[in-house]
Ligand binder design. Structure first.
Ligand SMILES: [Zn+2]
Length: 241
């Protein structure tokens, strides 16, 4: 990894469910919060208001509507909220960040390193500290994002970069796809014991995230691809699964 990762203390992280399978992640410290990828404002506003938490910053991983659709309404409710995201033509004021940048969130006294992960979209970025990776639609539990804009090579490279983060890092994906992805992964590696164990461990579990990089390296067929050709073959197979 060419960048150092900041260490953040005294934060807690909570999933806010939206749409059918999206997670909007909330980072909380005392009574202040950072929200990642608010595709929908209403479930976010509900929890902020119920717990009397002030929204300080919104982080955006990429341009898709199910990640940014709630931003404008959140600005109305919290006019001073700061927004950080990739370079794009968003229809709201957004501080553009790029690979290697450090996002500092003053009020919470925390910061995150930005890592560019083109593939799912070309603008896709992720936010990491030593212990947490907010990876948007780049990695899913036992899977990875579809390629809407990037090439197989770009996504493969992005996954390789994330694979070099600390093994213990917790991975906060933006969708709940793990169980379905495990079915696909078992088709690829039916004798993978870690995968079989992961499937068993999730029986009856509603929220399967965060996972860890270590767990993904043992079970995720895309992080386990030996080379670009194998990654490409698996990604195409998954698109038709
Ligand atoms: Zn997306």
């Amino acid at each position: 990894m060419q960048f150092s990762l900041p260490k953040n203390t005294n934060i807690s992280i909570h999933p806010i469910k939206s749409f059918t399978d999206n997670y909007i992640w909330m980072i909380k410290k005392n009574k202040d919060a950072v929200i990642i990828d608010p595709g929908d404002a209403s479930p976010v506003l509900e929890i902020l208001q119920k717990e009397n938490i002030h929204l300080q910053t919104i982080l955006i991983t990429h341009k898709h509507a199910d990640h940014i659709g709630g931003v404008k309404e959140l600005i109305k409710a919290y006019p001073n909220v700061k927004i950080c995201g990739p370079k794009n033509n968003f229809n709201f004021v957004c501080k553009e960040v790029d690979n290697g940048d450090l996002v500092v969130i003053d009020v919470l006294n925390i910061s995150f390193r930005v890592i560019a992960t083109p593939g799912h979209t070309l603008d896709h970025i992720v936010f990491a500290d030593e212990n947490h990776l907010f990876c948007g639609d780049t990695i899913f539990g036992c899977g990875c994002g579809r390629l809407f804009e990037g090439t197989f090579s770009q996504m493969h490279t992005s996954l390789n970069i994330l694979s070099k983060l600390p093994r213990s890092i917790k991975i906060f994906c933006a969708h709940e796809y793990t169980k379905k992805n495990i079915e696909f992964a078992l088709m690829i590696e039916k004798n993978n014991e870690a995968l079989i164990a992961r499937k068993k461990s999730l029986i009856g579990v509603d929220i399967t995230l965060p996972s860890t990089l270590s767990e993904e390296l043992k079970t995720n067929p895309f992080l386990r691809s030996k080379n670009l050709a194998q990654f490409k073959e698996r990604r195409i197979r998954k698109d038709n699964f």
